[in-house]
Design a protein. Sequence first.
Length: 202
Amino acid sequence: MIVELALSAGISKLEKFTLHVPLVTVVWGSTTKTATVTSGTWSVNFSSLEIPADSASSTITANVSDLAGNPATTATKTVLIDTVAPTSSVVADTLVKAESAVVQSSEIGTAYIVKTTLTQPTTLAELLALESANDTSVNHVSITAANTDTSLSLAGLVDGTYNVYTVDSAGNLSSSTTNGIVIDNFVPTLAISTVSTDDVIN
């Protein structure tokens, strides 16, 4: 009997496990889930309330047996639980869209710049939906080093005021920055009025 337990290294809100066995019991923290095979595969979901609190590590245990009651060796997997959002920052400035904003995040992941006239996101799903529907009001850049200046291009964005959010590798969304970026591509005009009523200087 082959037991496969596939887990990602970082877990945020919801994980799904699949084992190709008839009967599976999974224990994570104080929560036990049991499922029966359907067409050779089963799955179980852990809600955010069932996942243990943030910890350096947490162990998931899977006990399996076939329909005759024959048990397999217990499978275990130690994972990191990360539900802590990163902290984002931006150098406040007034820029044109040919320039870039300077942003930072306390964790590696992705930084997003979002126009303040949009409904501000509270989840990663809402942020991604905003970007998909408003490509002239949202841009993003990968953060490859924590607490390090990263240039976020303003190309394609319309004029206005923007806040910055960051998302870590586990999908946790930061609060918006308290200061922001103003994009201003308005070109002023200049004219000289008539001099001495008739443009003639005596």
